[in-house]
Design a protein around this ligand. Sequence first.
Ligand SMILES: C[S@@+](CC[C@H](N)C(=O)[O-])C[C@H]1O[C@@H](n2cnc3c(N)ncnc32)[C@H](O)[C@@H]1O
Length: 254
Amino acid sequence: MPNAESFLADWPAIDGIEGWLDHPAAALMDSLLAAQDDLQVAAPGLLEIGTWKGRSAALMARHLRPDEDLLLVDAWLKTDAIGEGIGRLFHDRPRPGRIRLLQGESLSLGKHLAPDRMYRYIHIDGEHTAAALRNDLVLACRHLAPAGLIVVDDIFNALYPQLTRELFTFLAQEGRGMACLLIGFNKACLCRTKMMDSYGDWVFRHINAAMVQRGIKVSLCRTTDRVEWPGYSLVPDQGKAHRGPDYQEDYLRP
Ligand SMILES: C[S@@+](CC[C@H](N)C(=O)[O-])C[C@H]1O[C@@H](n2cnc3c(N)ncnc32)[C@H](O)[C@@H]1O
């Protein structure tokens, strides 16, 4: 099973693939995929919208289980680069599961997916407009397994304010069954509200160690009460593992 040790061993090969995923965000994505192993989330498959040359896709491929497939969707699919990058990562071992490539705008992805096709982990990193993100979120929620995670890129990246506004508008207007579990390193991680306790417990207990083992020291935070904000934030190390509200900095409520 992929773990922190294999992440560190694989990172140079993943880092050799041109793209946008940096080490902290990769460590976070990898930790969340490891959480799904710990929580024994069932295995219907993985989906990425926006693959470029396959940097984050290679990281996701690490976690493919033998009975799963990884569907990579991109409007301008770089098939050769994706094949080469993922091929280099798995040059000395069998590639788990199956990887499928689909060229096209995510707007038309719905018609390629059977209505009952579910994914346990969906990475949204495609067109960086609010309209496209809304489409991708609607589609992701429709095809998210009950215990699945959606990871959205470039949230709280000042270059793309429209994405942050759209994500929270979506959650307020349409995502009543969805909640924001964790925000960190420009990624927002969503799960169904029914899974907030399970994933929240995992994050509280394990995320600091999981990130350190992957080379990134962090502080886990919630700077208000759980009614205002039920999820967590993950930030570069603030000199303490946990950071609570300004009025009680040293106490982070689970
Ligand atoms: C930021 S890049 C993805 C980066 C990649 N995840 C990585 O780890 O390097 C965004 C990708 O989204 C694709 N894209 C842009 N608009 C799209 C759309 N409407 N539907 C699907 N893919 C789109 C682009 O071709 C590009 O490859």
